[in-house]
Design a protein around this ligand. Structure first.
Ligand SMILES: Nc1ncnc2c1ncn2[C@@H]1O[C@H](COP(=O)(O)OP(=O)(O)OP(=O)(O)O)[C@@H](O)[C@H]1O
Ligand code: SF4
Ligand SMILES: [Mg+2]
Length: 372
């Protein structure tokens, strides 16, 4: 994955494991990908695949949240796992060194030459909300009902140490609210989130993610639970901002049409693993992975629906259910649901390998699949 200037973000051997009474929950396991400046990368996959966990891990939020929720439960198994993690970290040891699965994050997330996973919280906070911003999943809960829309939109810059003149801030607020197309914001910016529809609130959160002119925006299902018109406005706003600001995007979604409309590259996730990564046209039209093919047949984009109709093909759901992240099958986690599985698939974890330039797959049998 090389290109002049190098990647903006490089995710290397990323693991993000939760704890539960039953033991370790492998939300993200050995995920590797890169995002170049200005690129839009989709992270596509079924519910529970680990997409949000990848986002939280990049932002340095995964471990703190996971630990917080598990200590609320505070059973003996989770306590022991987290204390093992603390001991290992003090000694600079990893799961691999100890031969056991530790909770939390491991691996590296390189951003502009710094490993975010090794950074202390103060330094990370300076990047988060400024150079890397996040539009969280389930967005409208993220707005404060008692603060005005204008105030909250400006918060990512007003909360920073280097203060800007009030006039400059007001102009920046109106500029980003204009990108998300919220109408006459001169007046409406003084209103509160409850005075806005949920689709409008969602666009306010997109505006908040843009105001600092970040290098990377991570948008986690930003169009969930909105109608088609609002969805288009949100996607248009993201596309306009990308062009105006040259920012890179990580678009998390389970909708292949959104990836086709907004992204240059896509990673397809299942059971915490990146199953395939490549440019959108290659992955959507010439996938070399059984999971990607099954997922796209079950969740086609508009062009695929047209092609399927021409060929007389019908929508097909992926057979079986995703395995539990606490008890994944050995070998390839897709093997119980895969029509191409052989013995090696149940015994050996595939490598994530580059089968052609910039096209990566996690499968023993990519080369044996029939042409699409
Ligand atoms: N706090 C937690 N404790 C234990 N397991 C968790 C916790 N949060 C998430 N998980 C599990 O981690 C796995 C990955 O979850 P994640 O939220 O990253 O998936 P996702 O791909 O974003 O799904 P969705 O499309 O539904 O948002 C799932 O098996 C989920 O049940
Ligand atoms: S490794 Fe085997 S089980 Fe996994 S996707 Fe490839 S063929 Fe299917
Ligand atoms: Mg999610």
């Amino acid at each position: 994955m090389t290109r002049d200037g190098g990647p903006l973000l490089k995710v290397e051997g990323l693991r993000a494991f939760h704890t539960s009474k039953q033991g370790i929950v492998k939300a993200v396991d050995d995920v590797n990908f890169e995002i170049y400046p200005g690129d839009a990368v989709g992270l596509l996959g079924e519910s529970g695949a680990g997409k949000t966990s990848v986002a939280l891990a990049i932002l340095g939020l995964f471990e703190r949240r996971s630990r917080y929720y598990s200590t609320v439960a505070a059973d003996g198994v989770t306590k022991k796992l987290w204390s093992q993690k603390d001991e290992a970290r003090k000694k600079g040891l990893t799961s691999e060194d100890l031969g056991i699965d530790l909770p939390g994050t491991e691996g590296s997330v390189w951003f502009q030459g710094q490993d975010l996973l090794a950074m202390d919280e103060d330094d990370l906070r300076k990047l988060r909300g400024d150079r890397i911003t996040y539009v969280p999943q389930g967005t409208t809960k993220s707005l404060n009902p008692s603060k005005s829309i204008g105030y909250q939109t400006g918060e990512p810059i007003t909360s920073r140490k280097e203060k800007k003149a009030d006039k400059e801030i007001q102009e920046m607020i109106l500029d980003v609210l204009d990108i998300v197309d919220l109408g006459d914001m001169d007046i409406r910016k003084d209103m509160f989130p409850t005075d806005f529809s949920s689709g409008e609130d969602q666009r306010v959160l997109v505006a908040m993610s843009l105001i600092s002119k970040p290098d990377l925006v991570i948008a986690d299902e930003p169009t969930t639970a909105v109608d088609g018109a609002v969805r288009n406005k949100i996607l248009d706003a993201i596309n306009i901002a990308r062009k105006q600001m040259g920012l890179a995007l990580l678009m998390i979604t389970n909708n292949s049409s959104i990836v086709a409309e907004t992204c240059d590259k896509v990673g397809v996730m299942s059971s915490g693993r990146l199953m395939e990564f490549g440019d959108v046209t290659t992955v959507m039209k010439s996938s070399r992975h059984p999971f990607t093919r099954a997922f796209l047949m079950a969740n086609p984009n508009m062009e695929m629906i047209r092609r399927m109709k021409e060929k007389g093909l019908r929508l097909q759901s992926i057979r079986g259910s995703p395995p539990s992240a606490v008890a994944l099958p050995s070998g390839c986690p897709f093997n119980p649901r895969c029509s191409y599985a052989t013995n090696i698939c149940t015994q050996t974890v595939p490598d994530f390998r580059e089968i052609e330039k910039d096209h990566w797959v996690f499968c023993h049998h990519s080369e044996d699949l029939p042409e699409l």
